[in-house]
Design a protein around this ligand. Sequence first.
Ligand code: BGC
Length: 509
Amino acid sequence: MKSLLIFSSLCVLLVESKTIIEAKQSVRKFPDGFIFGAATASYQIEGGWDADGKTENIWDHMTHKEPCLIADCSNGDVADDSYNLYKRDVEMMRELGLQFYRFSLSWNRILPTSFPDKINEAGVQYYNNLINEMLKYNIEPMITLYHWDLPQKLQDMGGWANPHIVDWFADYARVAFENFGDRVKYWITMNEPREVCYQGYGDVTKAPRLNMKGIGEYMCAKNLLVAHAKAYDIYDKEFREKWGGTVGITLSATWHEPEGDMDADLAETINQFEWGQYAHPIFSETGDFPPIMKEMIAAKSAEQGFYRSRLPEFTPEELELVRGSSDFLGINHYSTFLVRKIDERDSFEVPSYWDDMEIVRYQPEEWEGGASSWLKVVPSGFYKLLHRLRELYDNPPIMITENGFSTRGGLEDDNRVSYYRLYLDAMLDAMDEGCDVIGYAAWSLMDNFEWMQGYTERFGLYEVDYSSPERTRTPRKAAFVYKEILRSRSLDPNYVPDTTVMTIDGVNS
Ligand code: BGC
């Protein structure tokens, strides 16, 4: 009976995504005011790891100490060399016709001691050059303050598990607002707290690989949320009136589907742990961590002999500071998982995040996917996610800050073209129903250092040749298709690009 249920729910999901895959042969328009961009992150593209006074971050530290933790034993020492090649990057933005470009700042490049006692002029100059070059061509800069490259010195003092990081981050944010806020109107405090905390503190799949299961990720989550809120508060009180920008946070939001009809509440529980953990404190009316998380972790902690819940509590002041601390909700979405209840097949460490949830997630092998093991093509999951976010948080303005597909390289990336079309189509479905999606950034402008996978997984609209000292960038088919979507402000499933020559035209010329 159970297997029948599983089979039928799989079919439903496949049929649903199939419906979307096969539907909409007509051209669909994007609304006026909707903005398109592309995204990158400092450690993944800049290189110049010790250039002009920059000091060591946790990724420098980890990849230098144990190179072969990374799939191809590589690192971000040179990466795409954007520290030197930023003008070519801006040229690519112009070729694509981007309205905005999302990039992140390297904390160590700006503050080599980690603190504001010494501001590195060369680091500030680098970002000024990049920003000014973009503005020359009407490309709006969108800055992420923290995209995973914490100063190693701060990590040595506990990093996100140390509550003092709230002030350390707030100081860094203030320096960034002061130096760039006159020209930068879109700010994102954090990229994907879930990956920072769960993967870096509760597991070993991102630096600093602390593996403090069931404890580290929750301490990190609380401190990170308060640090985010403090930075938001600083902007709000000190800079907003003068410069009129907006500040948000970017969450990774994977969609989860129940394996069978009886498991619907499981999908809701894991969604609450995975992204509700960060969205609920900021975007819900009541604030605080999701009630289901609080209950489950408190009960487990008591059972396990802890004197208090492993999920730290916000003080009433912190709760109020965090509640409402975002002008928009940044969403990085890539894929969907099925979920089922934990059973005798599974064994999780105790305590741990997964044991707290008592849920297992997986993706059927037959689902079509990219080069990344976790990236399966399920556009209906994107639609459902947007729908649920609208329901849960009173239809907040949503900025899609990342969405994209990985290959092993090559310019003929038809799978990536098809992924972008399907996901944009699903996004338009959600928007037609009233979801307030205000913009979309493709991940990524170009290939880059894909964290533990090094350069083995490629997400770029532009291919980067890592064997050439110039790090030559060449547009893939998807770049031509994306350019046409932006030019025509519409999605034409039948458009066939001429990929012989990439030109600069339109608004950014
Ligand atoms: C991150 C990016 C990463 C991408 C693909 C997101 O989780 O923000 O840095 O490269 O996904 O894995």
